[in-house]
Design a protein around this ligand. Structure first.
Ligand code: ADP
Ligand code: MG
Length: 700
């Protein structure tokens, strides 16, 4: 399999240098290995034929499908670049336009009216007309001879225009496989394939492209998915086992003045049991002589910041500096403020470094980091720039890590010879199998207890026509001296419109909530302006904050008791949960109002109703994954992986992930460094795979 990497696809029958270039630039396919691993995204049953009439009036997106009938007429319209061929096609039930923008003359010559054809393609509406652009057209005999289940490949528009469709791609792959002299060598250890009864690689590759039956296809997909997650699991486990065995960590045995003074003089409340437990776990790690890599999962409001601070104080007690990274400027600023307040009494020196820190301040910070007078540096990505040099960085906290790329984490390592201890904090409840893959190499602590006195946020779903009643409710909260968030969605592909609606929302709020002051924050604002508006709200001067999702993570205003989420139907569950976590932080009863239009899809309503019935982050995360599929969660999580998954799906393939995890453990128990001859080929394949990405050896 590995030698296929040296086989240029231009030598594959039917491809040639021109197409090879195109496949390389469009799909990243350069060699035979890439080609065989370009898996179909779906399959269609070519034994099924649709009637054209059944397509008329249908709504939503059409799948790739097959029609059978005759062309009634052909027309060449337009000239030069705008020239196109329109073939009117009928199967006796109705008609559809077939359109070719490229290869017009060639198609016109090839096709005849009155003769029977099988068309294959994706129908769509152009204006009011049903059409199919660049369909595959074949005489019925050739289609009937082919396999019943046909692969549909990921393609680009450009490829289609150059007449490389699923069929062509499939042809290249089939030709290549047919010419192979020996079966593909298996890339999984024999022992693993055998014990799990997995299909051989050779069979799996053949069946994924040319399924011999639905069952064989399923086994093939299972085998290929398993391989992907098994590689990741093996790699993660090896790294974490090695790290535990050899990577030295700073030894921090002392609990000294900083920790104790804070604990006895400054701690504003009793720690929860879960907070105490996590601090103990961290303490055991940093005394062990090995580098700590620990993930702390705790729902919003569970008090992670305090835990982070107390752990950093332990590092400071042992003569080290600490650093806290946050994904956004607002969050970093807020952490900075919180830590300064908490540590003021004991003289803790906490500094803030972000992209907008002025040059003069920067120089002071540089100096303080070098001479060791700064205890804690809080910041955004700015802290991982090479020019930031610490005297002795020993402990790093990363807040909301999923927004902080793994590669960025790695840069911290360069900042000291011995890697600092790392504590990753996340409020995104990650279902177990997902955590196992993405954070498979981290030790996990969970803060599963909220500080006492928190009341669950009462959540209701309201429709647009109930707005007046909602406004009355808000006013009552304001009159009682509380503060209110009003949140609008903001998505990139719709930015202009969204900006308009949040701006209108702001203007309306000013009008209907006079004399209360309204603050306004959105993602397009300059950081300084944002901060000014945020502090208006945080200080209590403004009673209402109209905002886009920039407030999603971390903002802490305990007096805010109500959150209105506009267009709640457009948010994902986990995002709603994060947002809702902004209220319910004080002792008063809090409310979250999900505003939606009345007409929404059934599953959207289900999603919103779930929000009204639970505040358990894990329940919500699981539901989010199962209802919405991989969605956002997977997207953000994928960035944490050593290579891109081509066929496995983190959200849906939980069982395979667990299977792979167990198999990887067993394999490494028996052969920790994969040095036995039986594992040699697998080991080479794994190394090869990892070498194609960033250097992950630095990252744990
Ligand atoms: P998150 O885990 O979401 O980052 P924070 O650290 O922001 O949560 O804490 C949320 C709020 O709870 C803060 O106002 C914090 O001061 C408070 N808090 C933290 N720990 C406790 C505790 N043990 N008892 C009471 N309040 C606490
Ligand atoms: Mg937080």
């Amino acid at each position: 399999m590995l030698s296929l990497r040296n086989y240029d696809i231009k030598f594959v029958k039917g491809i040639g240098p021109e197409r090879a270039k195109l496949l390389g630039s469009e799909l990243g396919l350069h060699n035979a290995y890439d080609l065989l691993r370009h898996y179909p995204t779906s399959y269609i049953d070519r034994s099924r034929t649709y009637s054209v009439r059944s397509l008329h009036g249908a709504t939503g997106e059409f799948p790739m499908l097959q029609l059978r009938g005759r062309f009634i007429s052909f027309n060449v319209v337009g000239e030069g670049a705008a020239m196109r061929l329109i073939g009117l096609f009928s199967d006796g039930t109705a008609t559809i336009d077939c359109v070719w923008f490229k290869g017009v003359r060639e198609m016109r010559k090839r096709l005849a009216t009155g003769r029977e054809y099988v068309l294959f393609g994706k129908p769509s509406y152009f204006r009011e007309t049903l059409q199919m652009t660049h369909p595959e057209v074949d005489p019925p005999e050739t289609v009937e001879a082919g396999p019943g289940i046909r692969a549909v490949y990921p393609l680009t528009e450009k490829l289609r225009h150059r007449n490389i469709g699923s069929k062509q791609l499939h042809g290249f792959i089939t030709a290549f496989l047919a010419n192979l002299r020996a079966p593909l060598r298996d890339t999984l250890p024999d022992s693993v394939s055998r014990s799990l009864g997995l299909m051989s690689l050779d069979e799996a590759i053949r069946n994924v492209h040319i399924p011999s039956s639905p069952q064989a296809l399923e086994s093939a997909r299972l085998r290929l998915k398993f391989e992907e997650v098994f590689y990741i699991q093996t790699d993660m486990l090896m790294r974490s086992r090695r790290r535990k065995a050899d990577i030295q960590g700073f030894i921090m045995p002392r609990v000294g003045k900083w920790f104790n003074d804070f604990f006895y003089q400054c701690l504003p409340f009793e720690l929860t049991g879960a907070q105490k437990r996590v601090i103990k776990e961290v303490r055991a790690d940093i005394m062990s002589g090995r580098q700590m890599n620990r993930l702390v999962q705790g729902d919003v409001g569970s008090g992670k910041t305090l835990v982070a601070l107390m752990c950093m104080l332990l590092a400071i007690d042992n003569g080290f500096q600490a650093c806290l990274m946050a994904p956004t400027e607002i969050l970093a600023t807020q952490h900075h403020t919180t830590l300064c307040e908490l540590g003021a009494k004991i003289g803790l020196n906490v500094q803030l470094l972000t992209g907008s820190t002025r040059a003069k301040k920067r120089r002071e910070i540089d100096e303080g980091l070098r001479n060791g007078s700064i205890h804690i540096l809080v910041g955004t990505h700015a802290v991982i720039e090479d020019r930031v040099v610490f005297r002795n960085l020993g402990f790093v906290v990363i807040d909301e890590q999923h927004r902080f790329g793994v590669a960025q984490r790695a840069r911290l390592w360069k900042k000291s010879v011995v890697p600092p201890h790392v504590l990753v904090m996340t409020a995104t409840p990650i279902p177990r199998t997902l955590a196992m893959t993405v954070y498979g190499d981290l030790d996990v602590s969970v803060i599963d207890e909220l500080p006492p006195g928190r009341k669950p946020v009462a959540t209701v779903l309201r429709y647009d026509e109930q707005r007046e009643q909602v406004v009355r409710g808000i006013r009552a909260q304001l009159d009682a001296g509380h503060q209110v968030y009003i949140v609008y969605p903001l998505v990139e592909d719709n930015e202009k419109l969204d900006l308009k609606s949040v701006t209108e929302g702001y203007e309306t709020a000013i009008r209907i909530f006079t004399p209360y002051k309204v603050a306004f924050v959105h993602g397009r604002m300059k950081p300084a302006e944002k901060d000014a508006q945020m502090s208006l709200f945080a200080s209590g001067e403004a009673s209402v904050l109209v905002a886009t999702t920039v407030i999603e993570v971390g903002v802490n205003v305990p007096n805010a008791t109500t959150m209105v989420i506009e267009n709640a139907e457009r948010f994902g569950l986990s995002q709603l949960h994060q947002l809702r976590g902004r209220v319910g932080r004080g002792a008063d009863r809090s409310h979250c109002i999900l505003m939606s239009k009345r007409k929404i899809a059934a599953n959207t309503r289900e999603r919103l109703e779930l929000m009204t019935s639970t505040t358990d982050g894990f329940v919500i995360a699981e539901a989010d994954m199962s209802m919405r599929g991989p969605g956002d969660i997977e997207g953000t999580m994928q960035s944490g992986l050593p290579f891109e998954l081509k066929i496995a799906n983190l959200a849906k393939d939980g069982q395979i992930i667990q299977l792979a995890r167990k198999a990887a453990e067993a394999l490494l128990d028996a052969d920790p460094e994969l040095t036995s001859p039986g594992n040699a080929y697998f080991s080479a394949a794994l190394k090869d795979m990892l070498s194609r990405t960033t250097d992950w050896s630095q990252i744990s």
